[in-house]
Design a protein around this ligand. Sequence first.
Ligand code: G4P
Length: 529
Amino acid sequence: MSVTSREVVREAARRRTFAVISHPDAGKSTLTEALALHARVIGQAGAVHGKGERRGTVSDWMAMERDRGISITSAALQFAYRDVVVNLLDTPGHADFSEDTYRVLTAVDCAVMLLDAAKGLEPQTLKLFEVCRQRQIPVITFINKWDRPGQDALALLDEIESRIQLTPTPLNWPVGVAGHFHGLVDRDTGGMIRFERAPGGAGIAIEEHLDTAEAARRYGGDWSGAIEELELLTLSGAEHDEESFQAARSTPVLFGAAVTNIGVRQLLDVLVELAPAPAARPTTDGGSRPLDSEFSGFVFKIQANMDPSHRDQVAFVRVCSGRFTRGMIVTHGTTGRPFTTKYAQQIFGRDRDTLDEAYPGDVIGLVNATALGIGDTLHTGPKVRFPALPAFPPEHFAVVRAVDSSTFKRFRRGIEQLDAEGVVQVLRSELRGEQAPVLAAVGTMQFEVATHRLAAEFGVRTTLDRLPYEFAVRTTLDGRDALQSEAGVEVLRRTQDDALLALFPNPYRLRSVAARHPGVPLEPLTGNS
Ligand code: G4P
C-alpha cells in the first residue's frame, strides 16, 4: 500500500458522517449546538437554523430564508471529537422539508433518530426513517427532553419495536421518570452518571460518576426501579449487537436532554465507537469503489443563488474515495469533461472558507459549478459511476404556467434547469400540454423556491395552481389507458426518469381503484425508485 493509500484509509477510518432525523421541535437545532459545544468545530455550513435567540446563526442565502428565519439549504457542520472528524449533515425540517431533506440521507453513513420523550415517533421522523430503512442506514436513537414530563421509557422502546420493527438496545437508562430525572445508568460500567446542569445549557454538563452502592443510597427506589427495568431488558435480549446495528435491524438507544447537554457526550462516544466509518461505495457496474482508490465523489445537493449579488451556484459533493485537494482537475462523470476545483470551499452560511483537502465522508462545496447536476459523479483516474440518486415520493402537486406567453422560452429553460437541479420533479402529459407542466414536491416550500427562482433568474412570472392529489404510484402504459376512465385520477410522465406516475387524491381512492383494476400495476414509490 502506498503512503497516500495508507493515509486515505486512516483518515476515512476516523470519519463519521451522519444526519439527525427528527420531527420539527424535537430539538435538532439544540442537539446540533450541544454536539458542537462538546467538540472542536472545524467548519460549519449553515447547518444550524434556529429560533429565538439562536436566530443569529440563521443563514440567509435567499430573501425568502431571511423573511422566515429558517435555512432552506442543507449543508454540513464538521467537528473533531476525540480523534475522530465528525461530519453532521443538516436535514432541513419545518416548512423547508423537501426532497433535499431526503437526499442528504444518500450522503451519510449513519443517522441519529431524535425523539421527543413526550411524543415518541412523529410523522416526519417516520418518513425520514423510511428512507434510512430503504438505504439500510444504521440508526442511533436519542430520546430527548428527559428533563421534563414524558412517556415511560419502556413504552417508548415498545413503540420503536412495534411501529418500525427496529430492536431497541438501550446503552444507558434513566434513573427516575421523565421530568423527575436524576441521571443515567451506564450499562457499560453498571454505575450511575449524575449531571450537574450548566446554567441555561450554556456550558457542558458536569458529570459525577457514582458506583452502585452510592447510587442506591442516594436514589433508593428510583435506582432499584431502573435496575429492575434494565434486568428485564437484559432478559429480553435488548443488548447492543454491532452486527444487527450495522445491518439496520437494531438501534442503540440513549436518553438525555439536549438543552442541558445531558447525554450528549454519550451520544458522541457512541458515534465514535459504534457508528460506521465510510465504506467502499457501490458503483453502477455492480462493484464498489475502494476507499483508497483515486478521488471520487457525488453531488447530493445543489444550491443556486446563495449569494444573489454573485448569482452563483454551489454543488455539495460527498467524497467517496481518495484524497481531495483543492485545485485538483477532476472528471465530470456525466460529460466526461475535465472540471477544475479551484473554488472548492467549506461553506459557512454566508462565510466561506477555502478547503484544502478532504477525505472519504467529508463534504466539499464547489462554487460556480453550473455544469454539475444532482447525483453526478466526479473522479480522477479511470471512469467510475455511482448509481443515480433516487427520486423520492412526492406528496404535493401543482400546475405551473407562465403569466405572459411571450416568456415561454425562458419558462421552459427555467423548468428544465429546476428539474436538472432536482429542485422539484417535473411531470408532463399530452393532455396538459407543454405550457402547463405539473410540479411534484416532497414539501410545499419547493414550489415557492421554484416560482421565486423562475422570477429571479429567468424573469418569468408564473401562476401556480395546486392539484388535489397527495399520492403518486408507478404504473405502466397499459395502466395509463385503463386508468383514464377513473375520475380524479391522472397519469403523467416524470421527465427525470420517464417513469409513469398515477396521481391519487388519497390512499383510499388508490385502494378502490386498485380493486377495480386488479391487473393494473400500481407500485408504491420508495426512496429507491
Ligand atoms: P428543532 O430544531 O428540532 O425544531 O428543535 P429546537 O432545537 O428548535 O427545539 C425545539 C424546542 O425544544 C425549543 O424550545 C428547545 O429549547 C426545546 N428543547 C430542545 N431540547 C430540549 C430538552 O432537552 N429539554 C427541554 N425541556 N426542551 C428542549 P422553544 O421554546 O421552542 O425555543 P427556545 O425559545 O427555547 O429557543
